[in-house]
Design a protein around this ligand. Structure first.
Ligand code: HEM
Length: 436
């Protein structure tokens, strides 16, 4: 029997505890809680008066496409009174800067960066040493240097450390369902506010210095900041540029580092896949960064890792006004959540969803259903670093497979931690350069 809903009804969901609702269950194990609710209530459910969860790919795509219009992507880690129109105006400023930044993030700029990337990769692994290391820490170090180089190259000194502190300070706040105000007397809150101010100031200082040095010669943009400073009619303000560079550096730090850590984990856990990646890698010269299309198996492996372990595993939006989503009613201020982790492992859309199978991306008719694979999001707020991110991940996998013997420490790490990002907790390994 099919269920007929009245038009624009509120989604069903568990009632939860009389006083605490479902927040305790949700915080205890978010993945299991969301999956349990989906099975019981369907692809759209609500577990508190302000939160609606979506598991239907077409509706997820609908929300992503209507972001900036009916939905806002802006999130704040602290409980501050947010004026909806002010937030929307901020989003518009971001979009203007983002459109300009896009020019600096295209494939050719990203490929030019690829050769510098190899030097950064080598230097980071050399400095990590031949002994056992914390893989996530090494990968953060690597991508922190890489994105600072990409954004501000010659002015990168000191910025990776500032970005690292900002990210670490944000993590405990983004893990919790409880938001506290900025005046809350806690060390965590004070640390986050200090770290955010330090990041704003460090990037603003670089922008001021560059601006004072005069415009870059036309056609010789060395990094993203040069591209943004050269933008005209109308020119971007220093504040817009600072915000864009900060947004990009923060977004491009933890996420690719988490993906690379899973790559290290999955290469070690799947020897057959590792051998296929190594075979492909040895056919190319490491000195010349090959294009990602010349490494089809490696690219398929990376796509598969991003399917099974999307670092941004849970995405949220806020309804800007009363609206509908499919047949459901949404109220202004509703939080809409969807889990890429669940979407990418849904047996309705994926054959053998739990298996790591790069081959599925190489089959001529292997295209999965529309909107069921979104590791970089979609719509107007799709990841601006999609191309750069793929290049970083594929080339790093290539260098790793071609030039290093990687051994992960047995019993140390690999348990998924669903915090702000999905990471393999506590993974340690050794990286030994192969004799050439
Ligand atoms: C390597 C793997 C990466 C993955 C899996 C990834 C994933 C994502 C996802 C899912 C979003 C959308 C979040 C949402 O809709 O709320 C996003 C946004 C974003 N990403 Fe990435 N990202 C990656 C790398 C990068 C890199 C290298 C950069 C920098 C160039 C970057 C910059 C951004 C920015 C600035 C946003 C915010 C866009 C906006 O709100 O307008 N990302 N990323």
């Amino acid at each position: 029997m099919t269920t007929v809903h009245t038009p624009a009804a509120r989604p069903p969901g568990p009632r939860g505890h009389r006083l605490l609702g479902n927040v305790v269950d949700y915080d205890k194990d978010r993945v299991a809680f969301l999956e349990r609710c989906r099975r019981e209530y369907g692809d759209v459910f609500s577990f508190d008066p302000r939160t609606v969860v979506i598991a239907d790919p077409a509706l997820i795509h609908d929300i992503l496409s209507r972001t900036n219009d009916d939905f806002l992507a802006e999130t704040v880690p602290l409980a501050v009174r947010t004026d909806e129109e002010e937030t929307a105006a901020g989003a518009q400023l971001w979009m203007t800067a983002r459109r300009r930044g896009w020019r600096g993030l295209n494939r050719s700029v990203a490929e030019a960066h690829a050769l510098r990337l190899r030097a950064i990769f080598e230097r980071t692994l050399r400095q990590a040493g031949p002994g056992e290391v914390d893989v996530l820490a090494v990968m953060k170090d690597y991508v922190g240097r890489a994105i600072a180089d990409f954004c501000v190259s010659r002015d990168a000194e000191g910025l990776p450390a500032v970005i690292a502190e900002n990210t670490e300070a944000l993590d405990p706040l983004s893990r919790s369902s409880y938001m506290v105000p900025p005046w809350w007397p806690s060390r965590r809150v004070r640390r986050f506010i200090r770290a955010r101010e330090a990041t704003v100031e460090a990037i603003a200082a670089v922008v001021r210095r560059r601006r004072a040095a005069g415009p870059p010669r036309p056609g010789v943009a060395e990094d993203l900041l040069d591209v943004l400073l050269a933008a005209d009619s109308p020119a971007l303000s220093d504040v817009q540029i600072e915000r864009l560079i900060r947004g990009i550096m923060l977004a491009a730090y933890g996420v690719p580092a988490a993906a690379l850590t899973w790559i290290v984990h999955d290469l070690a856990a799947h020897p057959q896949v590792r051998r296929a990646v190594e075979r492909e890698a040895t056919a190319h010269d490491a000195e010349v960064a090959p294009s990602t299309t010349a490494l089809p198996y490696t690219e398929a492996f990376v796509k598969e890792v991003l399917r099974l372990r999307p670092p941004t595993w849970l995405i949220g939006r806020t309804a800007r006004r009363a609206t509908t989503l499919g047949e459901w009613q949404l109220n202004p201020g509703d939080q809409i959540l969807f889990s890429l982790y669940a979407l990418h492992r849904d047996e309705r859309w994926w054959r053998d969803p739990e298996a790591l199978d790069p081959q599925r991306w190489l089959e001529p008719h292997g295209q999965q259903q529309r909107h069921t694979y979104l590791p970089f999001g979609a719509g107007p707020r799709v990841c601006v670093g999609t191309q750069l991110g793929m290049i970083q991940l594929v080339l790093s996998t290539f260098w790793l497979a071609r030039e290093y013997d990687v051994t992960i420490t047995p019993g140390r790490g690999g348990t998924p931690d669903f915090g702000g990002l999905l990471i393999p907790q506590g993974l340690t390994a050794t990286f030994r350069p192969r004799a050439q």
